[in-house]
Design a protein around this ligand. Sequence first.
Ligand SMILES: Nc1nc2c(ncn2[C@@H]2O[C@H](COP(=O)(O)OP(=O)(O)OP(=O)(O)O)[C@@H](O)[C@H]2O)c(=O)[nH]1
Ligand SMILES: [Mg+2]
Length: 597
Amino acid sequence: YGFATLAPLSSIHRHPPNHFCAISDSDSSDPPPPQPPPPPPPPSSSRKARLDARRAAKAKSSSSAQTSKQTQAQGDGKGSKRVKKKVTSTSRTANVDGIFGVPTPIIANVPAPESEFPSPPSPPPTNQPKTPTTPSLKNLTPSELLAHISDPIPSPDLSYTIVTCLNLLRSNNALKEILGEKLNFKENILKDIRSRTHQLMLDRESIDPKEITPISSLKLLKSYIRNDHIPSALKILNVELSESIIERSTALSILSQKYYDLDSYVSASSTVKELEGLGPKLRSLLDENTEDEELRERIVYSVDWTALIQSSGKCESRRRSIFKNARENGGDLKLAIESNGGKQNVVFTVLRSLSTHPSPNTDSIYEALANALVRRTTFLKGSVSMQTLPKPDRGEVAFIGRSNVGKSSLVNMICNRKALAYTSKRPGKTREFNFFAVNDKEGVMKEVRYGDEVRGVRDFDCFYLVDLPGFGYAKVSREQKEEWSEFQREYFEKRKNLRVVFHLIDSRHGLVSEDLRIMRECSTIFSTKKDVSYVIVLTKADKNDKLGRGKVSKNVMENVRTAMRENGVGGRPIIATSAETKMGRDGMWGYLKEGFK
Ligand SMILES: Nc1nc2c(ncn2[C@@H]2O[C@H](COP(=O)(O)OP(=O)(O)OP(=O)(O)O)[C@@H](O)[C@H]2O)c(=O)[nH]1
Ligand SMILES: [Mg+2]
């Protein structure tokens, strides 16, 4: 997929969602937690009063966004200060009321069917008399209410009607509360809705599947999942959505999210793996339909990756706290690990799937990934010889390349940090093998000091990122260059825990002679070290914008591919990246995860 990365979906970056996205967006996240209706605005028509009311409502909605903390950077033991940064992430609210269980109270007018299209913006206030609107549910008698849900919109395959009924059932508490007093609300109305829903579900089974569109199947499936009616959702997935890859991808992603929310690791992992299998098919569909803009958007936005990554990330943190409890309270850690999905970070399953899919590559996906995968990053030490390397007690990922090619910037990009590794316009900034510890255990950072050996700090998904000094920098003495070059060769040959080597090449210029030397060296050394992935990374792709966003020129590509073939690394992957636009981050993470082995 390195090549696929070379042709990013630049034209669809941050597109406003079309109506398909609207379905996906609105439904893949659960409804917001119940809020009491906002107090009516004061009877003032002044502009200030309206503004204040609007501001208050906005502040209220933004306060529900959960803030998660990014980890801190640490000093390098020489007194230097590193930047602290907070990263915020929004979180979904798990909603686990069953269809026939205790529902979450929602709002009074839930029974109105969910619109397929985003609602138009409300018109500016005018002094004209208001046109009469549909009576709110409050004003309906129970029998009118039942009639209202019988078939409120034309829905020949009954999907939308069932969705409406399910929504009603979810909100039964609210209905009881709101309608009860005013309308002499009777318990049996809910019983009627329940039995009507059952009947509709049975009736729907006898409808010819050809009459049912994938979109309405998906709509109903989402509703079933939201209402914890997983067997019915699976039936739709397997019977009605077996052929349509786009809707099946959406369905699988929503189902996986649900499984992660419920901590069903095994089921989540199998649905996400199936999703991974659909990725190449979606890519081919995309390639075959380059002109059809609407279809392209449907494909690219078929999965809400941010939500899926966040669900898997939360599931991973819950797993971790189980392990932590077992470890600290003398429980059976091995058993806890085995019965809770194993050692592998569950977010990686999602990452693998993401790497095969044509995704919109937005900042929110990247931020969710970095938040879920990088809990902490610490600058550990700078080494100048084999003797001063940290203990090889975890996997290691190295960044090599010409001076100023962007190594330190990429280290920062994949950790979602601005100044973890120091960067500079002037070549020759990095002068040592700088080790960054990713995901060391909490609290350990305070203890780690320059050169310290801290025992027992490893976590299952910890690893080292190593930012190497760049080669080809003219101002370094010949002796120093030879020393680095010798150290680098020895490091590649002898470092037991080395798992990935990213060889960075400037995408504007292609290879320089030093690159060829390193490539040959890597080819010789890594041909016998099968557990090391050697990956070519074409950096600064944003600087080729005149070719098209994120593109690399044919000449450079040809030059790189020929050199790779001639130097025995022809089959190795190529990823185009930009630390500026964050392009290629999922591709890089696809290999970074090797560092965890
Ligand atoms: N436009 C753009 N600039 C970049 C990108 N990556 C790095 N740079 C800039 O290139 C310069 C060098 O980046 P560094 O990350 O310090 O390069 P390095 O390979 O670590 O350099 P040495 O430490 O000297 O070997 C800095 O000014 C960065 O801001 C990129 O993807 N796009
Ligand atoms: Mg550097």
